[in-house]
Design a protein around this ligand. Sequence first.
Ligand code: FES
Length: 340
Amino acid sequence: MTYAIALNFEDGVTRFIDCKVGEKVLDAAFRQRINLPMDCSDGVCGTCKCHCETGAYDLGDDYIEDALSEDEAGERQVLTCQMVPQSDCVIAVPVPSSACKTGTAQFSATVAGITRHADAAVQVSFELDQVPVFLPGQYVNIGVPGSAQTRSYSFSSRPGASRASFLIKHVPGGLMSGWLERAQPGEAVTMTGPLGSFYLREVVRPLLLLAGGTGLAPFLSMLEVLAERGESRPIQLIYGVTRDQDLVMVEALEAFAQRLPGFGFVTCVADPQTAHPQQGYVTQHMASDVLHDGDVDVYLCGPPPMVDAVRQYFKAQGVSPASFHYEKFTPNAIATGDAA
Ligand code: FES
């Protein structure tokens, strides 16, 4: 038996390693050719200090206070030379991946299926040369065939699924959109990743998920994982789009509502001419009870103005969510962040 340990480096690169039962993280990383920061490997110097974001572990008592104080241990700081995982874990490593002689993994993939949603979005699935390992919410860079450029897309499928799926916004004249119009099953692409700090943390309180357009994709991956785990805490998704035809994958959300007892969702359309019952932006359809007086973890994936609008909305409501994780995307780039 082994545990899956995600090492999230400062530059956004994530590498997964297997850790045997009873094995220390530092040893497991070296075994898999990832040179995590270290010096003494004996719990004395503190060089290997990282932050364990999720998962259970044992630190033992073979380290000294100078290397890791009681307060630091209470904040889930860990010494990887001492840490023995007792479950799958996510560890934030405070150096770039290149400093650990590692980097992004590369996958070869072939198109398995394409579903086009009018001029709004394309759902595309790929067969990969290896089972995709990532944290739900993360993205990869996909090379656009026939060019030297890449585009970043969040997985909409769950980690470990035999096929990796993506929900890609149709951009008129866009490089990837142009290729997707012509793409056929069997065509090859390369992917690098997984990347990004926008991923599902341990669920310890209600969740509020805010999706703008194809920013729905990472939430489809998260909801799949939550449904498989049998999560029962309240989860509210507010999914806003610009035009009626941009509202896609609603049937997938209805299916999640059947599988997840605490899950509900609201859709809204910004176009003033819409016939949709909820006209407006996500902030206009955020009932006060979904904020749980701040006892809520918020995840947002959408265009930059949406992140700013939601921040201002929380401020105006006098609500400070327990955590606020966001991913802003533009047609060519993704940026992730966290705010307390
Ligand atoms: S390497 Fe020195 S405390 Fe871990």
